[in-house]
Write a protein that binds this ligand. Sequence first.
Ligand code: FAD
Ligand code: DLZ
Ligand code: SF4
Length: 509
Amino acid sequence: MRRVRHLIVVLGDQLTPTLPSLAAADPACDRVLMAELQDEATYVPHHKKKIAFLFSAMRHFAEELRAVGWPVDYVKLGSPENQTSFTAQLAHAIATHRPERVLVTEAAEWRVSQEIAGWQALFSVPVDVLPDDRFVCSTPAFQAWAKGRTQLRMEYFYREMRRQTGLLMDGSQPVGGKWNFDSENRKAAPCDIFMPRPRVFAPDAITSEVLALVEARFANHFGDLAPFGFAVTRADAEAAFAAFVDRALPQFGDYQDAMLKDEPFLYHAVISQYLNCGLLDPLRVCRRVEAAYCAGSVPLNAAEGFIRQIIGWREYVRGIYWLKMPGYERSNFFDHTRGLPRFYWTGDSGMVCVDAAVTQTKEQAYAHHIQRLMITGNFAMLAGVDPHALHEWYLSVYADAYEWVELPNTVGMSQFADGGLLASKPYAASGAYINRMSNYCSSCGYDVKQRTGPKACPFNALYWDFVARSRNKIGRNPRMAQTLRTYDSFAPDERKRIAESAANFLANL
Ligand code: FAD
Ligand code: DLZ
Ligand code: SF4
């Protein structure tokens, strides 16, 4: 076998042909290493669909590279050459090929970046770690933006990203005269409206082989493997995104916060799993949405709302993650210690809203943002669940979950466990909010109008109990002042009933 010049390690979420480590190399003398690894598939018990999606997308990407001339060592799980970790696999490949250098694009997650940081000391060949250019804002640029600011509000960061990219800009001013149309994005969805569905793709031979592997190896992991309809190639991910732009984007803005029973996707894009592993490019999808707005096929509140999620929230949470790691994963502002209730795995709590979110998560490895934030996240905070246990759950169960994006959303946004770095107030809500934004309550055994007692919606007593028990933590937050005044206006008997109802419910969890 001829001597390999550069060995390029491509990680599972680096499925992008223009990846810096590939751009820096030459198929004529360099070689790519990709591997399906037991350690990566089990550091949390990932949803079966998530593992199958990523393995199949990795195998298709290896084929995509081979088709343009790259020699690729693709190490399948279960093959004789397979080692369980990145480091062991690389050691094996170095012994086989004796490359002059190893190239790798920096890992998206702290855990893997630490593993890579150890390679230089372990191996006798130089290891080059290249910055990942697949984000709009580099980590040094985010750190420069954050430096000296007392508050790191997403809105101001987002405006910078709009200026930097020129997306929906009219010179130095935002198109439409406003930066943010969020207030127009909070309609509850009527249940009889036409509902688009994300495109699904029949498994090909590669995916079918992966599905059999996952069923055999990860049978005890959470989640349904079938039916499997994710795109696993760049072309199909593009097609799924194009279908979203045509069919759902026009209504995306209006119904972004809505929830409907038996409608897991509503007008959401269902593309985060493709963006996060590199099958779709964030800036390209935003430019496509901007073009749809300019062509008059989508309203401004939809185009702006979508672009804000990508160049605003997605980039912002990544910046926060790298600013605060390590240590951010142990944030616990409220000192919550309760274990994760069993029904996060089974979906049999009796609360229709929670069970709908868990059941569709089990079926689809997907729940939309408001379900994650205001149902499962909100419930966990009100019930006092340990944020780290919840973080591990979110990291396991969603096809789009990688720690850099999941952790700030869970610990910062949904649990306020960082004490307000990311959110200006806790996203805590009683049943009234859920009832306003969804049709769950009409089929629930609990009564959303009752605050206390055995039939009362658990979110109600838990909400007021959370407000009361967290007073010394949230009392100085101006955005919580009205809520505390309302609690204080309750008669002592009512406060006692709230405490008892919450305690009874939690005792039976
Ligand atoms: P859409 O609603 O159609 O939005 C379009 C795109 O915007 C998404 O594909 C996503 O790339 C981006 N986006 C929207 N909101 C956010 C956000 N808050 N942070 C980052 N990107 C955003 N997103 C992940 O990609 N991975 C995660 O592991 C993840 N964990 C989350 C955990 C919690 C507790 C919460 C509250 C949110 C989490 N999110 C996560 C953010 C968000 O829920 C998902 O990005 C979104 O639901 C993906 O579905 P979609 O593609 O249909 O998104
Ligand atoms: C999430 C994941 C899974 C399930 N499996 C693999 C794998 O077998 N091989 C691989 O290269 N990457 C995998 N990943 C992604 C990594 O865990 C990790 O998220 C990325 O390398 C980013 O740090
Ligand atoms: Fe959820 Fe309460 Fe409504 Fe039942 S009544 S669906 S528990 S908010």
